[in-house]
Design a protein around this ligand. Structure first.
Ligand SMILES: Nc1ncnc2c1ncn2[C@@H]1O[C@H](COP(=O)(O)OP(=O)(O)OP(=O)(O)O)[C@@H](O)[C@H]1O
Ligand SMILES: [Mg+2]
Length: 316
């Protein structure tokens, strides 16, 4: 569905050189990315600021021509076949709008129907679905410029989907949204992805988006792929483990050990201890503990994705 082979994009920028002169310098924004994305995948494309995420999406959607390498979406080459491609993809750039600023949302949707020549019944069905899943009715007749960011984003998502695209590219779809709107957008995208009809590629700095939405995580830094795999693979690579936090009536006996787990530390005068689960399952560790220690309460803590990704960015 999507193929990138040694894809590159260089930007030429002028930088100050001394007091009078400016010299040209080349910035390799995307520096040899090769990826294949299959139909129905939900891929999170993440990386620190300036890593090359937006530039990649722009090359995939035909906004920017690559400097070198190959890119194809549905077998089409995005820049020369941009019009044909546009009929088959949906695009949401969180920081830019594809809606008509002075028109009510409803009119923007009507225009899109004509631009994409969508049969009325299909348009109606898709719009109805978005209206109910994204709660659009309240502001369907409001001019776009008067919408709040969260309302506009729900409008943008609808606009990107009304022609029934097979791939949806999203560049920071939850940027600037409050927690409730973020969740609304996430559940909508999760449902869309689960249907299997739409391939999702999204960039984000909000790792909760990734945890909720993406089975595959591609991390880039300085224009190069530094990780491609599941979130679990990332945790395995960085040795992040689940941990067991235990509240005790009495501190553990000196020299206490728990097979397959490591004692990470104790707080509250030894009344709360934390173990990392190395090879023991949570069940085995709990069984080992209750047999010998005065356990009052316990909880299993999953490894934190923020933590792992921070380590990955730092090491890259
Ligand atoms: N039009 C442009 N002209 C010159 N340099 C550019 C241009 N667009 C992007 N760049 C540079 O290319 C690099 C990658 O930018 P890009 O916007 O793709 O990053 P990003 O991963 O989307 O970052 P962010 O998380 O901040 O959105 C950066 O160094 C940026 O300064
Ligand atoms: Mg960006």
């Amino acid at each position: 569905m999507i193929r990138m082979q040694d894809l590159r994009k260089d930007f030429t920028v002028r930088v100050k050189a001394g007091r009078l002169f400016r010299e040209k310098r080349t910035v390799p924004a995307v520096d040899g990315v090769s990826l294949t994305i299959e139909p129905g995948e939900m891929v999170g494309y993440i990386g620190p600021n300036g890593a090359g995420k937006s530039t990649t999406l722009k090359m995939l959607t035909g906004v920017l021509a690559p400097t070198a390498g190959e890119v194809s979406v549905f077998g089409l080459t995005p820049v020369p076949q941009r019009t044909r491609l546009a009929l088959r993809i949906g695009v949401v750039f969180g920081q830019r709008s594809q809606l008509w600023w002075d028109l009510p949302l409803r009119e923007s949707f009507r225009l899109l129907r004509h631009i994409y020549r969508v049969p009325a019944a299909e348009h109606e069905a898709r719009l109805r679905r978005c209206r109910s899943l994204l709660d659009l009715d309240e502001f369907l007749d409001t001019p776009v410029r008067q919408l709040s960011l969260g309302q506009r984003m729900r409008g943008e998502l609808t606009a990107a989907l009304l022609h029934g695209p097979g791939v949806l590219f999203l560049d920071e779809p939850t940027i600037g949204l409050d927690v409730v709107s973020k969740q609304a957008v996430r559940s909508f995208l999760a449902e869309l992805g689960a249907s299997g009809d739409v391939t999702l590629v999204l960039t984000t700095h909000d790792l909760a988006d990734i945890e909720r939405l993406c089975h595959r995580l591609v991390v880039i830094d300085h224009g190069r792929v530094v990780h491609d795999g599941t979130i679990e693979a990332l945790h395995a690579r960085y040795g992040s483990r689940r941990s067991l936090v235990v509240d005790l009536d009495r501190p553990l006996a000196p020299g206490f050990t728990l097979p397959g787990a490591t004692l990470l530390g104790a707080e509250a005068d030894g009344h709360r201890v934390t173990f990392a689960l190395d090879t023991a399952s949570a069940g085995e560790a709990v069984a080992g503990l209750v047999a010998t220690a005065a356990v009052r309460d316990l909880s299993v803590v999953e490894p934190d994705i923020e933590d792992v990704v921070a380590r990955l960015y730092a090491s890259a």
